[in-house]
Design a protein around this ligand. Structure first.
Ligand code: BG6
Length: 501
């Protein structure tokens, strides 16, 4: 086994006929296999209600991988991977399904050499999380050994959403923790698996030049944007019950914020990194329901043009209510009450059907205190900005002022750029590859701990409640625009503006 390769294991995917399995999980596992990072004994068991044979499941999986790989798809490599895939049809509300699964896993341990190491991936509708966890517990599949080798494990990856508000998340966690110990539970937030998000920690804590200026004294404010040009696609039914707050803010955006704002962990390990993140989340000032208007804006798109395409309004999407009160856009002003960030606001925004797909963190520095060049007022020049592009065009840039050539002193904004694509020839792996491998290796650093998830719900719960009871002024932005005017007004009241992406 090469260094960093996973030990042999059985990976059981509940929700195997779903989109995530086809588009993300199987391609990620195939990629790990091709890189020699999955032990040859590893077996992937797809479970769902559909009555597929092993071969039908392999064929579906092959199509998913081939679609993604296009020209690069290697039939011979797939042929050596395909026998690793097995399928078991079963309904998760029937006890017999779990008995059958227990027997199948025991036979894989005996025949394939999976060694009592089990990874359960919950990629189903959230309503099935509790029955699956209970079912696994009933047949003892939560038990971690002992086996002959002494290194058996049982780990469970739970997809988002982990609850739909604070109360339901707590209830779900009670069910989960009645069966699995926290160290066995891997709550996934795929943003943490993105290379650029990990690089954010390396940029901050691997370089000495940033730390001294990474605070309220030098940073005026921070903007974090998760913009999507796509709409809700075929997920209208799910999205209409979720909305942008639950879908993106509670998890991806607050995680990005925590990584930008946290203190340096002593070690890059699951305890220290998560201890620092939770401290930041705890320092976020709760939203005051009486004063939401000045710190929170919601939007819902109406029909418009995104790129070259005319798209229908959100309320016309299949699965959404024609009078839907669900937000597809959110902008927030978040205050972090600690020494590092006091009075340096974090502005967060996310939305569907915005003009472009771009996730970016930008730290805007304070203006120079005085400019000695006549005729240049301090506020007439752009401030320094450090932009961290999470996707696409992964990289970062530092914006600063330079003199334009010529007899007069004329100031111009220029930028210093680092682009992943030109600095590294290696392919940037998909987030799911990294996260699946980490879970097989027992490293939960890039997964969210229960206290983080709980705190994130605590932060957004007041907004959820307020918005559920008061109808939004919807629809209020055109698909293909940067969201409602109120979002621009919110940041303009502080004398700032959203970055153009
Ligand atoms: C998911 C959300 O968690 O993240 C989707 O449910 C969203 O609505 C997606 O489109 C965005 O992920 P990425 O990796 O494409 O930025």
């Amino acid at each position: 086994m090469s260094t960093g390769a996973a030990p042999p294991a059985a990976i059981v995917i509940f929700g195997a006929s779903g989109d995530l399995t086809r588009r993300k999980l199987i391609p990620a596992l195939f990629s790990l296999f091709r890189q020699g990072l999955l032990a040859p004994e590893t077996t992937i068991v797809g479970v769902s209600r559909s009555r597929f044979t092993d071969d039908e499941f392999r064929e579906r999986s092959r199509d998913g991988v081939a679609d993604l790989a296009g020209q690069q798809f290697d039939e011979a490599e797939w042929a050596s991977f395909a026998p690793r895939l097995r399928y078991m049809a079963g309904s998760t509300d029937e006890p017999a399904t779990f008995e059958q699964l227990r027997d199948l896993l025991a036979s894989l341990d005996a025949d394939a050499g999976t060694g009592g190491r089990y990874l359960f991936y919950l990629s189903t509708a959230p309503s099935l999380f509790v029955p699956i966890v209970a079912g696994l517990g009933r047949v003892g599949l939560n038990d971690e050994g002992p086996d002959d080798s002494g290194d058996a494990f049982s780990r469970i990856i739970i997809e988002k959403p982990f609850g739909e508000d604070l109360a339901s998340a707590r209830a779900l966690n009670e069910h989960v923790s009645a069966v699995f110990q926290e160290r066995q539970v891997y709550r996934i937030d795929h943003y943490l698996g993105k290379e650029t998000v990990q690089n954010l920690m390396v940029l901050r804590f691997g370089n000495a030049i940033f730390e001294p200026i990474w605070n309220r004294r030098y940073i005026d404010h921070v903007q974090i944007t998760v913009a999507e040009d796509l709409g809700v696609g075929t997920r209208g039914g799910y999205y209409d019950k979720s909305g942008a707050l639950r879908d993106i803010v509670q998890n991806h955006l607050l995680q990005l914020l925590a990584i930008v704002a946290m203190e340096a962990p002593a070690r890059f390990d699951s305890r220290d990194v998560r201890d620092e993140k939770i401290k930041v989340l705890r320092a976020i000032v709760p939203f005051d329901p009486r004063d939401l208007k000045s710190v929170a804006v919601r939007g819902q798109y109406e029909g418009g043009r995104v790129g070259t395409e005319d798209v229908p309004g959100y309320r016309e999407v299949d699965g959404t209510d024609p009078d839907s009160n669900t937000e597809t856009f959110v902008a927030l002003k978040v205050a972090i009450d600690n020494w590092r960030w006091s009075r340096t606001p974090f502005y967060l925004r996310t939305g569907k059907h915005l003009p472009t797909r771009a996730t970016e963190i930008s730290l805007q520095f304070r203006a120079a205190p005085h400019l000695p060049f006549t005729s240049n007022a301090v506020d007439a020049i752009d401030p320094n900005v450090l932009n961290l592009r999470i996707q696409p065009d992964e990289g970062s840039s530092l914006q600063f002022i330079a003199k334009a050539p010529g007899p007069k002193i004329e100031l111009r904004t220029v930028s210093m750029d680092f682009a992943y694509g030109s600095s590294f020839v290696k392919r940037v792996p998909d987030a799911y590859e990294r996260l699946l491998l980490d879970c097989l290796l027992g490293d939960s650093t890039l997964f969210t701990r229960w206290d983080e998830v709980e705190r994130a719900w605590e932060i957004i719960d007041p907004l959820l409640e307020a918005w559920a009871t008061a109808p939004g002024p919807f629809p209020n932005y055109h698909a293909g625009s940067w969201g409602p005017v109120a979002a621009d007004e919110m940041i303009a009241r502080d004398g700032r503006e959203w970055r153009r992406l």
